[in-house]
Design a protein around this ligand. Sequence first.
Ligand code: UDP
Length: 325
Amino acid sequence: MILVTGGAGYIGSHVVLELNKTGKEVIVLDNLSRGHKELAFGDVFEEGDLQNFSFIDTVFKKYNIEAVVHFAASSLVGESMTSPEDYYYNNLFGSLNLLRAMRINDVNRIVFSSTAAVYGEPEHVPVSESAELVPTNVYGETKLFIETMLERYSNAYGLDSIAFRYFNAAGADADRRTGEDHIPETHLIPIILDVALGKRENITVFGNDYTTPDGTCIRDYIHVTDLASAHVLGLEKLLSGQRGKSSYNLGNGKGYSVLQIIESVREVTQRIIPVVEGKRRQGDPAVLVASSAKAESQLGWVQKHTDIKEIVSTAWNWHQRRFSK
Ligand code: UDP
């Protein structure tokens, strides 16, 4: 069986849907602090927290687990700066408990959900895996330290791992079974969709004086179902004998500015989206675009949903189903 921690969250739930297609049995472990029970599509659901070592140990002893896909973490950049202790505690301590339970129970394969935030403000775009690792926020620091833990566990205990560094996950399952539902919502596309639905009055653009063509930040929006398919390929690579730790960027390779995203939402939804110009958000790099050449060549990863309008459409379909009353 495959254990998916955080499997009731945004990215985790899409990965579970992809795993279901492979016929693998899935255990979703989630504390439901940010995840949603109805979005846990595994064969078994275990509600609990990675802070609780004896709970995790029991889960490993109860099931025959061949590998872990690890999402459970706090993942908001802004919050990580105002509540660093929560991030060190949830992300570092939680991951340490998980790795310890894996070692004790002789489970030696893990796919880890990392982030482009490990690069901080990269000097060159597109960003490749060899770029310097200098995170500028606590969230990125915790993910980078967990990547280091994976390397140390590999050297000392023979743990095999793949870390995926995501750029901006976006979009939703084509069949509207799952999608983004964060409380609080801080991400660009769902916030604009809230405006389209009439649940917010406007979208504030965080800074229009960046050195980009229209002055707003450029990001790489990757469809969450494409992210999910990469996890299945990563898992297959581990199960077929990859040794040690490797890291892969996952992005679309194309950059869109905040204003371009707002325009895409206008086109897709045909709704009026009022815009307010706001200040820069602390820690936002001007441009983040991935090179995913390594994942493509080494994992055979092929993206299927690269068109920004398709990405926004799937998000809109989900958003209407989930949030319109
Ligand atoms: N952004 C914005 N207004 C918002 C939310 C986000 O202008 O209400 C911008 C943000 O500054 C960044 C981009 O949209 O340049 C994507 O932000 P998001 O929080 O979705 O993802 P992040 O890049 O932080 O992972």
